[in-house]
Design a binder for this molecule. Structure first.
Ligand code: C5P
Length: 285
């Protein structure tokens, strides 16, 4: 039996960091949104106990890949170390871009392997395995629109927005290492954390101008400080026709242009500027 799973990207329409925790992680209050842009993971069971991962050039195919670690964690948890699988990952989401690609691939591996290995792992076990793999892996078990607290793994589903958001994702040539961005955040931690309530109201009402005014990312300040090319690019993108707001995705380096419609997003994707890659996509409820 073989299964093909979609492994979608995410962006954070809202990301506040109320405080640093004693365990070195940061407390988050975030609104995750699934995007149409997605990797694809094909999974088939093997007759032996090998985990074989096929990936494109440049990506790790062993324990350094979160997909491989997800497979290993699932068979260990099930106490079935002899289960083997062949996994083929086709990437569309750039790595190191703050779009959760690696995390989503890992969640897709958990979902697909649970099926092909016929494990019927209880949802709370899958959630625990996902959370141990990375802070935003658990979001991708269900996707859609969810509020994330804790490290981002304490999730609650949000009502579907009244309309999809049309976005152009612009990828700089460099990635932003997440630990570096969180480290640089210290002087920018808020005394009074913001709330996503105004954004959630705007999404519910389908008020695009209000959405553009209330999307927020606390990690922008430290990422922009570390990578001065980002605010320059943000300013350039903000002048393009139909762009309502430009926001950093997660810890970067992807810049998300919120646009009036699919045509405006497509125009940026077709011509993002010198040395840049971009795609047009939209949010998935
Ligand atoms: O959990 P994940 O592997 O995605 O996190 C990568 C790094 O980002 C962590 O080691 C930590 O330095 C930082 N991080 C954090 N607080 C979070 C999520 C990530 O400090 N809530």
């Amino acid at each position: 039996m073989s299964v093909i799973e979609r492994a979608p990207a995410k962006t954070n329409l809202f990301l506040e960091v109320p405080r640093r925790r004693d365990d070195g992680f940061h407390e988050l209050d975030t609104v995750f949104s699934e995007l149409e842009l997605a990797d694809t993971l094909e999974v088939a069971a093997r007759q032996d106990d090998q985990l074989v991962l096929h990936v494109g050039a440049g990506a790790p195919s062993g324990p350094d890949n979160l997909v491989w670690r997800a497979a290993e964690a699932l068979r260990q948890d099930a106490k079935r170390p002899n289960l083997g699988a062949e996994l083929t990952l086709t990437k569309a989401i750039p790595a190191g871009g703050g779009l959760g690609g690696g995390s989503s691939d890992a969640a897709a591996a958990l979902r697909a392997l649970d099926q092909v290995w016929r494990l019927e792992t209880p949802p709370e076990r899958l959630h625990a395995l996902a959370s141990a793999l990375g802070s935003d892996v658990a979001f991708f078990l269900r996707g859609g629109l969810q509020r994330g607290l804790g490290r981002g793994e304490v999730l609650s589903p949000l009502p579907s927005p009244a309309l999809p958001l049309h976005l152009a994702l612009v990828f700089p040539a460099f990635g932003c290492p997440t630990p570096d961005v969180f480290r640089a955040l210290r002087p920018h931690l808020p005394t009074e954390p913001r709330s996503p309530d105004a954004l959630l109201a705007a999404l519910g009402a389908g008020d695009l101008d209000a959405v553009a005014k209330t999307v927020f990312n606390r990690l922008e300040a430290p990422a922009f400080e570390l990578f001065p090319a980002l605010p320059r690019l943000r300013d350039a993108l903000a002048t393009r026709p139909g762009v309502l707001r430009v926001l950093l995705s997660g810890s970067g380096s992807t810049l998300v242009c919120l646009t009036t419609d699919a045509a405006a997003a497509g125009a940026i994707a077709d011509d993002p500027g010198a040395d840049l890659r971009a795609v047009a996509t939209r949010t998935v409820a």
